[in-house]
Design a protein around this ligand. Structure first.
Ligand code: 1GP
Length: 229
């Protein structure tokens, strides 16, 4: 089976956005390690099924990052379940997970479920607003979250989420130093090979989203980090 720990690069597709067959093929045939389907707004059963069936034609791992209960469905290789460590709303720590387990707990294959500790860092992002995240964090705050993920909760993944904004490499580096077992995901504002390389040198895995819809050529170039590892 697939080994997430080896993944260096993921394209994140938003089911609420339009992508042509040609662009989707280019992404799926690129050197990326996986496609993740996930978004914040307007994620529905319908648009997730549509996108899943289009990506399934290609031989690469497919992940659903759970954003709401309505759009959970079988057919993915993995289900990434976020817990937003800096949210002030308990629903985004374990409230939605609790609901999901009540409904689907009996049919979940827990080998496919990956619990992601999110730290949301862009105050202007939809995800920060939705989750009521405390985003004005300094290096010590982020280090404490990294310790929490690695040493206390033993989470498989810590995801530094700058969605829509390029992050601060010093913050990402600080988190890196606290992690021995937990895999570090970085996402936000990667719109060129240079940025992919900079964050890819610090994080274990980079997530590339928006640029897919803004500049497909630049999006594809970010996969070149795979040639260097
Ligand atoms: C969003 O972390 C991902 O959840 C990627 O961010 O869309 O800014 O690339 P961008």
């Amino acid at each position: 089976m697939y080994d997430i720990k080896q993944w260096r690069h993921i394209f994140k597709l938003d089911p609420a956005k339009v992508i042509s067959d040609k662009d989707l093929e280019a992404l799926c045939m690129s050197k990326t390690d996986a496609i993740m389907i996930g978004g914040t707004d307007d994620v529905t059963e319908d648009n997730v099924i549509q996108l899943m069936s289009r990506v399934r034609r290609y031989p690469l791992p497919l992940v659903l990052e759970i954003s709401n209960l309505e759009s959970i469905m079988p057919g993915f290789d993995f289900y990434f379940v976020p817990t937003v460590l800096n949210s002030t709303d308990v629903r985004f720590h374990n409230g939605l997970l609790h609901e999901a387990l009540k409904q689907y707990g009996h049919m979940i294959n827990f080998e496919e479920l990956i619990f992601e500790g999110y730290v949301v860092l862009n105050d202007d992002s939809k995800v920060a607003m939705l989750t009521s995240a405390t985003t004005n964090l300094d290096i010590e705050d982020v280090e404490a979250y990294a310790q929490m993920a690695n040493d206390v909760y033993h989470l498989p993944v810590l995801y530094l989420e700058y969605s829509g904004q390029y992050g601060d490499p010093d913050i990402v580096q600080a988190a890196r130093h606290c992690l021995t077992d937990t895999q570090l995901f970085y996402g936000g504002g990667i719109d060129s090979f240079m940025r992919a390389e900079e964050m890819g040198n610090i994080a274990d895995t980079i997530i590339v989203g928006n640029v897919i819809y803004e500049n497909i050529k630049e999006a594809l170039k970010t996969t070149k980090i795979k040639e260097r590892t």
